[in-house]
Design a protein around this ligand. Structure first.
Ligand SMILES: Nc1ncnc2c1ncn2[C@@H]1O[C@H](COP(=O)(O)OP(=O)(O)OP(=O)(O)O)[C@@H](O)[C@H]1O
Length: 259
């Protein structure tokens, strides 16, 4: 059984005067522990698909199953990490990372220690009594990662979490997120515009075409890259080969779109 299964998902956005078909007939299976990236031109429906998987958006057609169970609304075992960190500015870092467990009334001493251990993995334990405004953008995204993982989600959804960061911070954070997810054996779906990021981080890359968003093709990242950290993968000889193949498919999508 697939860990996450999307069956013929479609989305049409309706307004009073128009209907915009955003996604059509998307079927996708994700294995437990797999890291999948969604890549495609602007407007192809990547964020829409992520919202559908999260349960925040009910698809117009089709279904999403997590461990065989249909997702019908926001799911407690799905974590969402966005471009903006959405930390509460009036709460300390410690309060921010524990807020999920507190809300669920699951804040035991053991669980608090587990979250602190995650915070240590990100190298930010010393900031626990500070406020988000005292931290840099990259540090806040690391805290957002800890907060997302604190409630032990089965599935992590990442919507361009690195795109607002400078290049060096982005590369470092890619390594940290990748290592943390592997260590904690998490399944993840990442939305990105960045071909390099998709190759460096994923097991599988799904390309979507536009108008409406459809599944165009899928790439399996070779083991030679997958066993490396994202930073190391970018230096490997197989990296530019895959980059070129994906680039050509994206060019094809854009050409089809303009015809
Ligand atoms: N709330 C909405 N109401 C109407 N149309 C929408 C809404 N949200 C998205 N759309 C449309 O659905 C399509 C897919 O949008 P979506 O944001 O999912 O694409 P995307 O691939 O994530 O884009 P980008 O890469 O630019 O972030 C677009 O045509 C967009 O204009």
């Amino acid at each position: 059984m697939a860990f996450l299964q999307i069956k013929s998902a479609g989305q049409i956005y309706f307004t009073k005067h128009s209907a915009t078909p955003a996604l059509e007939d998307i079927s996708l299976s994700v294995k437990e522990g797999e890291f999948v990236s969604l890549l495609g031109p602007s407007g192809c429906g990547k964020s829409t698909l992520l919202s559908i998987i999260s349960g925040l958006l009910r698809p117009t057609s089709g279904t999403v199953l997590l461990k065989g169970e249909k997702i019908t609304g926001p799911h407690p075992k799905i974590g969402y990490m966005l471009q903006q960190d959405y930390l509460f500015p009036w709460k300390t870092i410690e309060e921010n990372i524990l807020v999920g467990l507190k809300l669920k009334k699951e804040l035991t001493a053991d669980k608090k220690n587990e979250v602190f251990s995650l915070l240590k993995q990100t190298g930010l334990y010393h900031t626990r009594n500070q406020y988000p405004s005292q931290l840099s953008g990259g540090m806040r995204q690391r805290i957002a990662l800890v907060r997302t993982l604190a409630t032990k989600p089965h599935l992590l959804l990442l919507d361009e979490p690195f795109s607002a960061l400078d290049y060096q911070t982005k590369l470092k954070l890619e390594d940290l997120v990748s290592a943390t997810l592997k260590k904690n054996q998490k399944t993840a779906v990442l939305v990105t515009h960045d071909i390099g990021e998709a190759i460096a981080m994923s097991d599988t890359i799904v390309l979507l075409s536009t108008n409406p968003g459809r599944l165009f093709c899928t790439f399996q990242v070779p083991l030679s890259l997958r066993r490396l950290s994202p930073f190391e993968a970018r230096q490997h000889a197989d990296f530019p080969l895959l980059f070129q193949q994906i680039w050509e498919e994206l060019e094809q999508i854009e050409q089809n779109d303009s015809e």
